[in-house]
Design a protein around this ligand. Structure first.
Ligand SMILES: Nc1nc(=O)c2c([nH]1)NC[C@@H]1CN(c3ccc(C(=O)N[C@@H](CCC(=O)O)C(=O)O)cc3)CN21
Ligand SMILES: CC(C)C(=O)C(=O)O
Ligand SMILES: [Mg+2]
Length: 304
């Protein structure tokens, strides 16, 4: 098993043009499989609000939610660099609240780094976290925690003015000490210009081919009951949703038909017939049920 990457090895990957693969994970099985598959970085994203908890936005996600999910990811992926999202307004309200919430996610969750949405306006918070010894990942472009202000999940950096603001924000985050920046739903040339202007790696999601790495949401990549999997920036690599639904359908059918459980799933006593249970007669139990269906038919026969 490969050793866990560090912020220094991620910087080196950019310098050597070695693309960084990032995937979200939210629990033990998703993190275990991501680590086994050789992912570079796991992000415990607040997208868990959408794909695991069923909320419409990421806004209801709490620090408790992130701690709970990060713990289970950390237990599964001890050799993978784990970044956790700081959820909505768990940073920026006050310097003290930012640091205390960050401390909880690092200490109780077991993340190696935190990600915050926003640009120059949160640079001072980023700097305080970095000074406290926490690696910070920035997040620019479509920042879902501001969806109501942005007016929807729309591509960012389309006008010259927006593009310049994205560039200024990226430079401000780098200056504040961020080790990497996620660019979400940013036009390809703008993401390319930012990636070239920064020393730290950019991680794109719907931000084109020039980013230093890519990130996708676990449930999108696997078509795993995700409400977003049909989006333009997503590529689905498997159809796990259909596989799971078909399997459960088969199970339901076999329980109802009596095909499951079969002989090989059933435990038998030492002696072929546990006479005591059948009222002490020697041949009792010889007509033990072969299936649920048969048993229910038996029950229709009055015993007395
Ligand atoms: N499952 C999932 N995947 C994600 O990528 C994701 C989440 N959830 N939740 C948090 C945010 C929200 N995200 C979103 C949500 C919607 C679009 C979307 O509707 N995109 C349109 C672009 C529309 C335009 O052209 O402006 C698309 O078709 O890609 C994009 C990102 C990304 N994040
Ligand atoms: C989509 C990624 C970048 C994210 O922030 C999340 O999964 O919450
Ligand atoms: Mg997020």
């Amino acid at each position: 098993m490969r050793k866990r990457l560090t912020i220094h090895s991620l910087l080196k990957m950019k310098q050597e043009r070695n693309a960084i693969s990032v995937l979200t994970a939210y629990d033990y099985p998703s993190a275990k499989l991501a680590e086994e598959a050789g992912i570079d970085v796991i992000l415990v994203g607040d997208s868990l609000g959408n794909v695991v908890l069923g909320y419409e936005t990421t806004i209801p996600v709490t620090v408790d939610d992130i701690v709970y999910h990060t713990r289970s990811v950390a237990r599964a992926a001890g050799n993978t660099f784990i970044v956790a999202d700081m959820p909505f307004l768990s940073y920026g309200a006050s310097r003290e609240a930012t640091l205390l919430n960050a401390a909880r996610i690092m200490q109780q969750g077991g993340a190696q780094a935190l990600k915050l949405e926003g640009g120059a306006e949160i640079a001072a918070d980023v700097q305080a976290l970095v000074q406290a010894g926490i690696p910070v990942m920035g997040h620019l472009g479509l920042t879902p925690q501001s969806v109501h202000q942005l007016g929807g999940y729309k591509v960012q950096g389309k006008t010259e003015k927006d593009a310049q603001k994205l560039m200024d924000d990226a430079l401000a985050l780098e200056k504040a000490g961020a080790f990497s920046i996620v660019l979400e739903l940013v036009t390809e040339p703008v993401a390319e210009a930012i990636s070239k202007a920064l020393a730290i790696p950019t991680i794109g999601i719907g931000a084109g081919r020039a980013c230093d790495g890519q990130v996708l949401v676990y449930h999108d990549l696997l078509q795993y009951a995700s409400p977003y999997f049909e989006k333009k920036f997503v590529k689905t690599y498997a159809d796990i949703g259909t596989t799971i639904r078909d399997a459960i359908e088969s199970y339901v059918g076999e329980v109802k038909s009596g095909q499951f459980p079969a002989e090989e799933h059933v435990f038998q006593p030492n002696s072929a017939a546990p006479a005591a249970l059948y009222g002490g007669t020697k041949d009792a139990g010889a007509d033990k049920p072969q299936s649920k269906k048969e048993e229910s038919q038996r029950k229709e026969v009055p015993i007395a």
